[in-house]
Design a protein around this ligand. Structure first.
Ligand code: GTP
Ligand code: MG
Length: 233
């Protein structure tokens, strides 16, 4: 199993992220994808003796995560887990996240903050939650799958999904589209309750204007993916 950790200017959190993964997931290999950070992320990774891939220029979240999937595909990993470098994800939930994949119950597992029974943690702002609901509804209509936390970047993929994502992965705000891409290939998707935290520091890629652009862009992309998949079939 490979844990893919996208990181762009995460000097305030990357050490904590690497240590918590070493503690809670010693059974997995960890690979930080350093997306051409301009702060001391890379220096910290060297000091920690962590495995990392240095991208030659900033690819953004999609290209960064896809590089991890490509690495996983080429190196024969059976499971890949995405785990953000900003400290929002909790390594103690990794075993629960991969459980349905190990049991053969699903191909792609999404860590969700919004499932009934999920413990309270960081649930994002009110306006972002409305956007997430909207995208979740669109994905239900257009891709026929029910996922509550469609923007969660805490996910686990089996070998067949790793191979799909190593070939195609959305570049901009990729999480909702990745669900649609997997659903279009009839992969089984499950949600697993997890707790998330506020980022440890650094800067989110999504400000107020970008939230609006995010919803518009991803809504169109979700619909277009459905129709292009129809055209292919
Ligand atoms: N901002 C940003 N993050 C990137 C980039 N490339 C990789 N990442 C990493 O991708 C992960 C997710 O990025 P975030 O900006 O936190 O996105 P998010 O978690 O959806 O948004 P928040 O809930 O606001 O934190 C983080 O670990 C980043 O370090 C990039 O070009 N820009
Ligand atoms: Mg984040």
């Amino acid at each position: 199993m490979l844990i893919i950790i996208p990181a762009y200017n995460e000097q305030q959190s990357i050490e904590k992220v690497v240590s918590s993964l070493r503690e809670h997931a010693p059974f997995a290999d960890c690979l930080v994808i350093n997306d051409c950070s301009t702060d001391s992320t890379r220096m910290i990774l060297r000091r920690l003796g962590a495995s990392y891939l240095d991208l030659a220029f900033n690819l953004g979240i999609g290209g960064c995560v896809q590089s991890g999937y490509l690495y996983a595909a080429e190196n024969g990993y059976d499971i890949a887990v995405q785990f953000d470098g900003d400290g929002q994800h909790d390594a103690s939930f990794i075993e629960r996240l991969i459980e349905p994949i190990l049991a053969g119950d699903c191909d792609y597992a999404i860590g969700s903050r919004f499932l009934d029974g999920a413990e309270q943690g960081f649930r994002s702002t009110g306006s972002r939650r409305i956007g997430i609901k909207l995208l979740s509804g669109l994905i239900r209509i257009f891709a026929g799958v029910s996922v509550r936390d469609v923007t969660s970047g805490f996910r686990a993929a089996n070998r067949r999904v790793i191979e799909l994502f190593s070939r195609e992965y959305a570049q901009d705000y990729p999480e909702p589209e990745a669900i649609v891409a997997a659903a279009m290939k009839s992969f089984r998707i499950a949600e697993v309750p997890v707790v998330m935290h506020e980022r440890c520091g650094g800067k989110s890629s999504i400000n107020a204007f970008r939230s609006f652009y995010y919803i518009l862009k991803v809504s169109l992309a979700v619909m277009l993916r459905r129709f292009s998949a129809k055209g292919v079939n």
